[in-house]
Design a protein around this ligand. Structure first.
Ligand SMILES: C[S@@+](CC[C@H](N)C(=O)[O-])C[C@H]1O[C@@H](n2cnc3c(N)ncnc32)[C@H](O)[C@@H]1O
Length: 613
């Protein structure tokens, strides 16, 4: 039973699961959990006392002691209501060879059984030590030949590094406090960022600082396992969460992370009779109705309350849902001719036009210069429709080569891309300023691009799926959602108009991003880009996050990927170089990183991505 109705939210985060112990009557366990309101169980599939070597020592091939025959549920019930929990005793990096071998056999058997049952995902136990090479090798091997999602369990815990400690062979459950993100990062590096490898975060009573927590939102976190001991008690004795926990859970809802309740009942709620009878999962199910007041229902109710309390998604967000983290090629309005439906989308963005609208009280004479012959036809119809024939003259020409019959007071243009100058506004306006009076002005009068480093596993995997260099050296327009912004933006290139100096439009900028110390270490998959434009005087318009113009949807951010994810140790500075370069027929960007490690120069000579002049 989903947590509630939220218009537009079709994401996984509507569902809440429960972690259970091994139970040899899976149908009963499932009925109890589902009729208690949970949507799925995270359950061990095999008896935890099972050890392959003991079976072998006994000399007989016994069958795997599983929690239930596959026949007790149909495949769609298994798939939608059960997430497999791999035996937590396994230790693939143990010094004890027997434990190690038993662990490997068990892991493979359990995943094979889970695949047979059609489960969508299994949760892997947290690595027991910092050095987890053999565990990762086995998981990586499984990932090569299986469609199953594997979610590595890691605690969301404090990230202070004890002086002098090393990662190697440090017991994660022991006294020294390690950053659990490091453990995850090592594991996924060993597994080459496999797209089916995700994270299940254990949420405990204490939370690390905000920066450390929020870096997880760029990682493939699939489940948040909230322990009953992280709940506080309200005045009526019911479970509730601290403000910080509430904010975190809301963040999970917004990022399609499923909540799983784990642990035992720690709240003594007076008056809960527990004698309700609820129906079984569906009519043709073999599962019988049972007395079903689940003892952890108060925790579920509280999570549902947090979900239902969320504001409805604003209409714009709903409209943009399908674009979230979806890579698009930037438009090339100069080289290509835009289509009617692209213009239609632009024109729906009222905010963009109202920012520039001005009541002059003067009679205006307008030359509308458009190089797209198809758009020119539309413009003629529009002028007729509006009765503007006396005021507007339509010119079908490229502004760079049109010979204006008279000079203008104001040059109004709309040539900006997500990164400001990336649709070649500088080149077009330089060409057009010939027909501006010496004291004439341009709207916009200037624009600046901005960049910031981001963790964006989903985008990285999407770029990587093309299996070529060119896609790693291309900029994409994308509605960023599952990303962690690791530092405030920094300005990159500024262009002002009219521009009478001869400095040209090539640019170079070196940027240094300081990652806050309390973030801990992080990984950078690329750089998010934005722009801010000064239209005139103090009127601005843009998508730079700290100053963005509300309710505007014409521009999503731009994303410049890195060929290899950049590991950024705690307290590091990221040094990035960006170039805007041009040739006879094209303009392009090149970029690289020189600290904390060095990347190749991306898109050298515009070999992979360029904008046509
Ligand atoms: C971003 S669109 C403007 C959309 C328009 N404001 C609307 O809402 O429909 C940029 C327009 O400028 C035109 N354009 C780009 N470069 C040009 C140039 N050098 N000369 C004339 N028109 C140009 C494109 O064909 C396109 O129609």
């Amino acid at each position: 039973m989903p947590l509630g109705q939220r218009p537009g939210d079709k994401s996984e985060s509507r569902y809440c699961g429960i972690e259970t112990e091994f139970h040899d009557d899976m149908p009963q366990l499932l009925t109890y959990s589902l009729s208690g309101g949970f949507d799925f169980v995270v359950a061990p599939l095999v008896d935890p006392s099972y050890r392959p070597s003991i079976r072998n020592n006994n000399g007989g091939a016994t069958i795997l002691p599983v929690s239930a025959s596959d026949l007790v549920l149909n495949p769609s019930q298994w798939s939608s209501h059960v997430v497999g929990k791999i035996s937590s005793w396994i230790d693939l990096d143990s010094d004890n060879e027997e434990v190690r071998l038993d662990s490997e056999i068990t892991l493979k058997q359990e995943i094979a059984w889970a695949s047979h049952l059609s489960l969508q995902a299994c949760i892997l136990p947290a690595p027991r030590r910092g050095s987890c090479g053999n565990y990762a090798r086995c998981v990586n091997q499984i990932l090569q030949g299986n469609n199953m999602q594997l979610w590595l369990r890691v605690p969301l815990e404090k990230s202070e590094i004890v002086d002098g400690s090393t990662d190697a062979d440090c017991d994660l459950t022991g006294g020294r406090m390690l950053d659990s993100w490091e453990c995850w990062n090592t594991f996924r590096l060993l597994c080459e960022h496999h797209s089916q490898l995700g994270v299940a975060l254990d949420i405990l009573s204490s939370l690390p600082c905000n920066n450390s927590v929020w870096r997880w939102f760029g990682e493939p976190v699939r489940a948040a396992i909230v322990h009953t001991n992280s709940f506080l008690t309200n005045a009526r004795g019911y479970p509730c969460l601290s403000k910080r926990h509430q904010k975190l859970i809301t963040g999970f809802f917004n990022h399609s992370v499923q909540i799983v309740i784990s642990g035992s009942l720690l709240h003594n709620i007076a008056g809960d009779s527990g004698d309700e009878v609820l129906p079984a999962i569906d009519d043709d199910s073999p599962i019988e109705a049972l007395p079903a007041r689940h003892e952890l229902k108060p925790y579920l109710d509280y999570v549902a309350y947090l979900y239902q309390r969320l504001d409805p998604l604003p209409e714009q967000e709903r409209f943009e849902l399908g674009y979230r983290d979806f890579l698009q090629s930037p438009l090339q309005p100069l080289m290509d001719n835009l289509e009617a439906q692209t213009y239609e989308t632009f024109e729906k963005d009222v905010v963009k036009y109202s920012q520039a609208a001005e009541e002059t009280g003067r009679k205006l004479k307008v030359y509308a210069v458009e190089k797209n012959p198809n758009a020119v036809i539309t413009l003629h119809s529009l002028v007729k429709l509006e009765g503007w024939e006396d005021a507007v003259t339509i010119i079908s020409s490229d502004m760079r080569c049109w010979n204006a019959p008279e000079k203008a007071d104001i040059l109004v243009s709309e040539l900006l891309g997500s990164f400001g100058d990336n649709e070649l506004s500088p080149e077009c306006l330089d060409g057009a300023q010939r027909f501006l009076k010496p004291d004439g002005i341009s709207i916009p009068s200037s624009y600046t691009s901005f960049l910031q480093p981001v963790t964006a596993t989903k985008l990285y995997n999407d770029v990587k799926s093309h299996k070529d260099l060119a896609h790693f050296e291309t900029a994409y327009v994308v509605k960023l959602h599952r990303v962690a912004r690791l530092a405030p933006t920094l300005p990159v290139f500024t262009f002002a108009h009219p521009e009478y100096s001869n400095k040209g439009n090539e640019r170079y900028k070196k940027l240094r991003f300081e990652i806050p110390l309390d973030t801990g270490s992080a990984v950078v998959h690329g750089f998010a880009g934005y722009f801010d434009a000064t239209l005139y005087s103090d009127v601005h318009l843009g998508i730079e996050p700290s100053t963005l113009t509300p309710n505007m949807f014409s521009w999503f951010p731009i994303f410049f990927p890195l060929r290899e994810p950049l590991y950024v140790p705690r307290g590091s500075t990221i040094e990035v170089h960006f170039w805007r370069r041009s040739g006879a027929t094209k303009v392009w960007y090149e970029w690289c990183v020189t600290s904390p490690s060095t990347s190749p120069i991306h898109n050298s000579n515009g070999r992979s991505y360029w904008v046509g002049l």
